[in-house]
Design a protein around this ligand. Structure first.
Ligand SMILES: [Fe+2]
Ligand SMILES: [Fe+2]
Length: 166
């Protein structure tokens, strides 16, 4: 199994997109089904955000200082998604604005993943060695085991608070 960081993150993106497609394909009154899909989306995004924020972004920022602007933009894009996720986690799936909020989350996260894959990953692949990327990937696999899976968990919430007050 490859531990290449970019391969791993792209696999996460595919899993997230699959849930986005399931949500978009669910009927307007499928509140229970959509609630479950959103629970899964929240879990996937919480874990993915955590390993990017804790490992991928800081590593790249240190090793490739030229990409700092991209990393800072990514932090902000994740922060917007975190706020939507925190609101959705506390919202009933039959609430008037539930579908609209999920749609905005899907649009934002899809844009962000697209930007990572089309623009950012190629620059990182060019700047780092295979060995670097495999070591970063191995650390992310390790961290996934203890990563928060819901925004209510203190380690995930702390990130949101830090982003707001710092
Ligand atoms: Fe990201
Ligand atoms: Fe990502």
């Amino acid at each position: 199994m490859s531990t290449d960081a970019i391969v791993l993150l792209k696999e996460d993106h595919q899993e997230i997109r699959e849930q986005f497609r399931r949500f978009s394909g669910a009927g307007p009154n499928a509140h229970v089904a959509k609630g479950k899909i959103v629970d899964k989306i929240i879990e996937l995004l919480t874990v993915h955000t955590y390993i990017e924020n804790e490992v991928m972004y800081p590593e790249v920022r240190t090793l490739l200082p030229d990409l700092e602007g991209d990393v800072l933009e990514s932090y902000e894009e994740h922060h917007v998604a975190d706020l939507l996720v925190a609101e959705l986690a506390a919202m009933s799936p039959d609430a008037e604005r539930f579908d609209a909020k999920v749609t905005v989350l899907i649009e934002n996260v899809s844009h962000h993943m697209e930007e990572e894959e089309q623009n950012w990953f190629p620059k990182v692949r060019e700047g780092l060695s295979r060995k670097d990327l495999q070591e970063i990937g191995a650390r992310m696999i390790e961290l996934k085991k203890t990563a928060p899976r819901s925004p209510a968990q203190p380690s995930a919430l702390k990130k949101v608070v830090d982003a707001v007050i710092s």
